[in-house]
Design a protein around this ligand. Structure first.
Ligand code: FAD
Length: 445
């Protein structure tokens, strides 16, 4: 009944009901996790709508509240935790047509939430500016999706993640009979960052911008994985070398990178880097110190044109591993800076090749940290949680990517505050319902 009314309201051409399109627009990269795949594979929306204006969004929200229809917001659908999958059918609201750059100043940019980060970075670079951080999926993923579903990425080695001042403000629409629209800045933004779009619709965002730098890209191989990690660690801590990316991959992970097969050497662990071109002499000294070999250099003039080393970093490493073999998945881990080798040795001894190491250096609250996205040869859910429990028992922190429940994956979200905001902004629990857990608060990480 409500679907017919919706078609009447917004027009037949705007409501997507074909089965294949509904299925596509209802899914993200949840299949990275075999656990989530089993739980979510059958979930699909009743329809999808791609609004082109804030007025249209408002019309749909008013309709959905009146008819008690649930709505799940979608950017590009590249999230890994099933965040964008509608658990209770209803409408998928795809915001990719709200893609305008609204205002650029010396130090900020204001954009609509559906703007793709790749298009934004490209426009900024033409104006002599650049973004601080973006995910390795930046070419497709949207500002709103990154803000509400991501954490960090390229640039995080210098600027930290989403919670480190890398979002200046957001404009939010509530999910009420008469939707309110307001601006949020400061600490209150924690009610919207990485909350899977459960407390409101982010319409616009203001992000900080920096002066454009000339980034060269590198792949450097090392005789052993430990030398690669030591090199990565020293580079990450070296303030004199300006960098946007420091990624370290243990062999055999690089063996999955098919499009680099003519570049990479067998059995060699690698680091993948983005380094400011004025720092190349200092970089070379460090490469020599750890007996590294330069396998690939892409000059700054070719930045973001053709091959990008970031396409093999962050969660792209899992994508390549997955292409290589269906039974591969991943974890999100943080090793202790001063115990990284002991912790890796203990894990290798216990799990052998079942766990393959991959580090992304980031700055969290001013401290350089080896964040890790180890690739796991998946055997069963029980075995996966055995690995997670063991990691935690030896002090390796795990953010669990095998749950769609907000707060259970980690990230120290302020769940009590988020739940309060949910009640205020979405009193009928229609916005992405089912993602906020109904379990005991004490169970929430
Ligand atoms: P979507 O997946 O569409 O949405 C994400 C969540 O935000 C959903 O819950 C959705 O409902 C909600 N949402 C979207 N837009 C809005 C809005 N306007 N208002 C309210 N809620 C909204 N993540 C990282 O952080 N760093 C990485 O480096 C990284 N690398 C990745 C590599 C690969 C290969 C893959 C598959 C994923 C990776 N991710 C990474 C995860 C994901 O790509 C990013 O977080 C991305 O920014 C999500 O953007 P999106 O537009 O695809 O969001």
């Amino acid at each position: 009944m409500w679907l017919e009314k919706l078609i009447e309201l917004v027009g037949k051409e705007k409501v997507i009901i074909s089965e294949s399109q509904r299925e596509r627009l209802s899914k993200d990269y949840y299949w990275y996790s075999p656990v989530l795949f089993e739980e979510l594979k059958d979930k699909v929306a009743d329809c999808a709508v791609k609004p082109i204006s804030i007025e249209e969004i408002k019309e749909i929200v008013t309709f959905a509240v009146a008819n008690k229809v649930s709505v799940t917001i979608r950017g590009a659908g590249t999230g890994n935790y099933g965040q964008a999958i509608p658990l209770k059918g209803g409408i998928v609201l795809d915001l990719t047509k709200l893609d305008k750059l609204l205002e650029l100043t010396e130090s900020t940019v204001k954009v609509q939430a559906g703007m793709r980060l790749g298009a934004l970075e490209k426009t900024l670079r033409k104006q002599g500016k650049e973004l601080r951080i973006y995910p390795s999926t930046f070419m497709t993923s949207t500002v709103g999706g990154f803000l509400c579903g991501g954490s960090g990425g390229i640039g995080s080695i210098r600027w930290g993640n989403l919670w480190d001042g890398n979002i200046i403000g957001v404009t939010v629409m509530t999910f009420e009979g008469e939707p309110r629209i307001f601006e949020v800045v400061g600490e209150e933004m924690e009610d919207y960052i990485h909350n899977y779009g459960t407390t409101g619709i982010v319409l616009e965002a203001i992000l900080p911008v920096e002066e454009k730098q000339e980034w060269t890209q590198h792949i450097i191989s090392f005789p052993t994985f430990k030398e690669a990690v030591k090199f990565g660690d020293e580079l990450a801590h070296n303030e004199a070398i300006t960098k946007r990316l420091v990624s370290v991959c243990e062999w055999p992970i690089p063996s999955h990178f098919h499009s680099l097969k003519n570049v990479l050497q067998d059995d060699k662990s690698i680091t993948m880097l983005e380094i400011e071109e004025s720092c190349l002499k200092d970089l070379q000294l460090l490469v020599d110190k750890y007996s590294g070999t330069s396998d690939l250099i892409i000059p700054a003039s070719n930045y973001h044109k053709g091959l990008k080393v970031s396409d093999f970093t962050w969660n792209h490493a899992t994508l390549w591993a997955h292409k290589h073999g269906e039974n591969m998945t991943y974890l999100q881990a943080r090793f202790k800076v001063d115990q990284i080798f002991e912790q890796m040795d203990t894990l290798r001894e216990k799990f052998g090749e079942e766990i393959q190491f991959h580090f992304e250096y980031i700055k969290i609250k001013g401290e350089i940290t080896p964040a890790s996205l180890p690739v796991i040869l998946y055997q069963s859910k029980e075995r996966l949680y055995e690995i997670i429990d063991f990691c935690r028992s030896i002090g390796v922190e795990i953010n669990d990517p095998h749950t769609y429940l907000l707060g259970f994956g980690g990230y120290n979200l302020k769940m009590e505050q988020i739940m309060k905001k949910k009640q205020e902004n979405d009193p009928f629990d229609l916005l992405n319902p089912g993602k906020i857990p109904v379990k005991q608060e004490s169970e929430i990480i």
